[in-house]
Structures are given as C-alpha cells and as structure tokens.
Ligand binder design. Structure first.
Ligand SMILES: Cc1ncc(COP(=O)(O)O)c(C=O)c1O
Length: 464
C-alpha cells in the first residue's frame, strides 16, 4: 500500500466512550480471573512483525492485546507472587494510576496546577508515617534504584563542598572520596557506576557474624584508616536477602565523628518502623543524610514509584538544577525538576497520596504485620520439613530455603515450581549456595495463599 492510500481517523467522543467502557469491563474480568491466572509465563512468545504503516484502530488493537498479550502476563499484582519484593496495586492505588493517565500532569514545576503540592504533601505524610524528623524532604522517583542514584549524586556534591569543588558544575576531577559499605543492594552498586564512582570502588566493610549487617567495629577501623578527604557510608535497612538491618545508631555516630555522609537504603525495611516490636531495627535512621524508600514494594502502589529523602535539599538541588530561560523557578519551594533526574515527571505521587489518605497508617501497618506473620508461617513449615531446608531464620518478610539434599539442583527446582503457576519465587544466593527466596509484601496475600504454597512444596517434595 502506498502512503497516499493510508487512512487515519482522529479519535473522537465515540472512541473515548468505547475505550473507557472496554477498560472497565476488561479490568473487572482480569481481576476476577486473577486467582486462576498462572503466576508467571515462563515461555512467553511474541511473533515477530514489522510495523504496520496503516494503524489497526483502537478496537482491533484492544482485542489483540487481550487475546495475545494479557494471557501471557504474570499475576505479579496477585497474592502468590513472592519473587523479588513486590507489592500489588490496591483498588485506590489502581484508581489513582488511571487518574494519573487521565489527567496527564507534568509535575516538573509549580505554577499551573496543584500537582507539585500533592507530591510535597505525599512526601511529608511519608515522613510522618515513618516517624522521621520533619527536616527530611524529598521527591518521588521511578523506584529505589533511581533514589539510590540521587543519593550517590547528592553525596558526591557534599564531598565537593568539603573539598571546594562544585561537582555538578565542574565535574569530579580531583575529588577524593572513599565509599564504605557491607552488603549494598545491586542497584546501589549500579548507581555508583552511573554517578562516576565506579562499581568496584567500594571499601568492603565486614558483616557481623551470621548476618548481612555491617559490623560497626570494622567500619570504625576502616574509617579511621581512611586518608580520603571525604567519606560516604552506604547502609542497608534491610538487605534484600537476609533482611539484615545495619546498626544505624552506632553507624550514624561514626559518620558524625568522621564527617561522613550516611545514606540508608531502606527500600522496604523502613516499613518495619510501623511494627512496635520491630521499630528498633531502624533506630538511628533519623540521623541519616539521605534515605531510599520504595513505593511499589510494601506501599502497594503500581510500579514506577520510589522516594528519595534527604536532610540536605540544597545539595540535591545543586546536583540537579540547571538554569534555562524557559524553565525559570516558579515559587518559593524548589521545583521538582530541580530536585530529580527528569525534567518532565509523571504524577506518580498521586497513588502515594491517595493510598496514605485512604488506608492510613493503620491500613499499611496491617499489611506489614500480616505479611511478616505469613512469612513466619511458611518458614515454620519449611523448618519442620524433611525435604526442605530453611537456610536462615526469617526475621521480617523474606523466607530463604532450598531442597534439603545439597545434591538437588535448586535452580531447576525453582523453575519447576514457578512453571506450575500457583506460586512464584525468585532465586538468590546464601553463603555461596543457590537458594529460593519468598518475599511477602502484597496486601492481598491471605493465610490460605500460604496454605496453597505449602501444598505446592509438599507436591514438589514428593518429586525430589
Ligand atoms: C534494598 C533494595 N534497594 C533497592 C532496590 C531496587 O529497587 P527498584 O527495583 O525499585 O529500583 C531493591 C529491590 O528489591 C531493594 O530491595
């Protein structure tokens, strides 16, 4: 077909009416079917096809998506997807995310809508939710990786101020920095590379015995030995595998003594602050210079949502602001485009705001409390099993296990379980050995889901 014969009709009111009502119907179907949808599609296929010059139209496209793509999606928003650390969007968070698309705001600057105010309030509410000092401010990011990146560049700017270099303007030449960490998340290592430090440039601090937590004693020795003009300490609360919490009281005191920047990656561990018996795990985080949080984990908002908090907004702004005549500052508060990586920004704060407003501290606490208890249920079954081995005690929401027989290939067992479609786990390593990780962070998970998983493990055990 030559280009001159191609047609296109501008979407009008009828298309809106059709797409919106289709959406309501299809969404309801998907939610009703979720219980029986396989938790994962391990062999997804998408036939190769060239771009069509002539669009198929919305009706055909919607039908194609629902017949060919949607069936191959994972049930990651569902109650038995326990890989990584994954939340599932609640009704209010899902509504909020649709609204984000409907409203299509660009939360880069104040001055044309209320959106930036909503984001500031969402951040303030999170600071209150986690009982952090009001001196913390921040912004929503695309996830914890992006927040860790902002931590790296803000710490870099801090080091620059210690050494008389404006890193954002002049670059890193001549900057003398040493970075200390014990068990940083892979995303933190990635961002150290992105920020120009180099992924390998980490002084390895020992972990405390039988844990992934940083040894404060070893940190004290290494900080004392360091001759670097500036120091950055990267802590975890908690680590993604062993859910170990660094002792932030001791570590923050050391950072103060050595004028070191303290960043805490608390992507999901911060939620332990909501439980009275676990609140102590993060004591000392109030002294951090920056904190990473994740929304699409235990806050159960849709993907594409993390948060970065810092007590040094001016350093963050110095790192991210660039002057441009058409982007002048719009109010007394720094615009979000001057505090983060993107200039144009999705209104990802709305699902956070609506979640906090709708479910409150009590709702979010109940998810965390329930998930931790459910992790214990699974851990207890595994600990008592004659076919499975609990490789580390469960002390938050993650269960680490493997087949009891060391000869059995853990990765192929994991693939087999996931392929059965009832429950999804992800792989990990514990002291060099392959393991299976089950992470509980979904608001919908019920004890009956744990019972289904236990049945799956019993069935699998019979085949081992
Ligand atoms: C402690 C920690 N930090 C960072 C990340 C990266 O998060 P994201 O995938 O949202 O970028 C994760 C993800 O599991 C995590 O557990």
């Amino acid at each position: 077909m030559s280009d001159s014969t191609l047609t296109y009709s501008q979407p009008g009111a009828e298309e809106w009416q059709h797409t919106l009502s289709e959406f309501q119907q299809r969404a309801t179907q998907w939610l009703h079917g979720l219980e029986h949808h396989p938790v994962a599609t391990l062999n997804a296929t998408l036939p190769q096809s060239p771009l069509a010059a002539q669009g198929a139209g919305s009706e055909i496209t919607i039908k194609k998506v629902h017949s060919e793509l949607v069936p191959q999606m994972s049930a990651s928003r569902g109650p038995r997807y326990w890989g990584f650390v994954t939340g599932g969007a609640t009704p209010v968070a899902t509504y909020a995310d649709w609204l984000v698309a409907l409203l299509d705001q660009n939360v880069s600057k104040d001055g044309d809508s209320i959106a930036s105010m909503v984001e500031r309030q969402a951040i303030q509410w999170l600071v209150e939710l986690f009982n952090l000092p009001a001196s913390f401010t921040g912004l929503c990011t695309t996830g914890a990786t992006a927040s860790n990146f902002l931590a790296a560049v803000t710490a870099r700017q801090f080091a620059g101020t210690q050494q008389g270099i404006d890193v954002a303007k002049q670059g890193m030449a001549g900057l003398d920095i040493e970075i200390f960490s014990a068990c940083p998340h892979a995303s933190m290592i990635k961002t150290l590379g992105l920020a120009g430090f180099g992924q390998n440039n980490i002084t390895q601090v020992k972990t405390s015995k039988d844990s992934e937590a940083m040894s404060p004693q070893d940190l004290a020795i290494k900080l004392k030995q360091s001759t670097a003009k500036s120091k950055i300490v990267i802590s975890s609360a908690a680590t993604v595998t062993g859910t170990s919490f660094d002792d932030l009281q001791q570590i923050s005191a050391l950072c103060l003594q050595h004028r070191a920047w303290l960043h805490v990656d608390a992507a999901f561990g911060i939620f332990a602050r909501l439980l009275p018996d676990m609140e102590q795990n993060t004591a000392g985080i109030e002294q951090a210079d920056s904190i990473t949080l994740d929304g699409h984990k235990w806050l159960n908002v849709p993907y594409d949502c993390g948060m970065f908090l810092t007590r040094h907004q001016s350093l963050l702004k110095d790192s991210c602001h660039v002057a441009a005549p058409y982007l002048v500052q719009s109010g007394s508060e720094p615009d979000f485009m001057s505090l983060g990586m993107e200039n144009s920004r999705r209104f990802r704060a709305l699902p956070v705001w609506m979640t906090l407003h709708a479910y409150g501290k009590s709702g979010i606490r109940s998810w965390v409390e329930k998930n931790c208890r459910q992790a214990q249920l699974l851990a207890q079954f595994i600990a008592a099993s004659t076919q499975w081995k609990l490789v580390y005690p469960c002390n938050l929401n993650v269960v680490l296990f493997r087949p009891l027989d060391d000869e059995v290939d853990c990765d192929s067992v994991l693939r087999h379980i996931n392929a059965r479609g009832k429950v999804f786990f992800s792989p990990g390593k514990w002291q060099g050995q392959a393991i299976i990780r089950a992470a509980f962070s979904n608001w919908q998970t019920e004890d009956s889901d744990v019972a289904i998983a236990i049945k799956e493990l019993q069935t699998m055990a019979a085949d081992l």
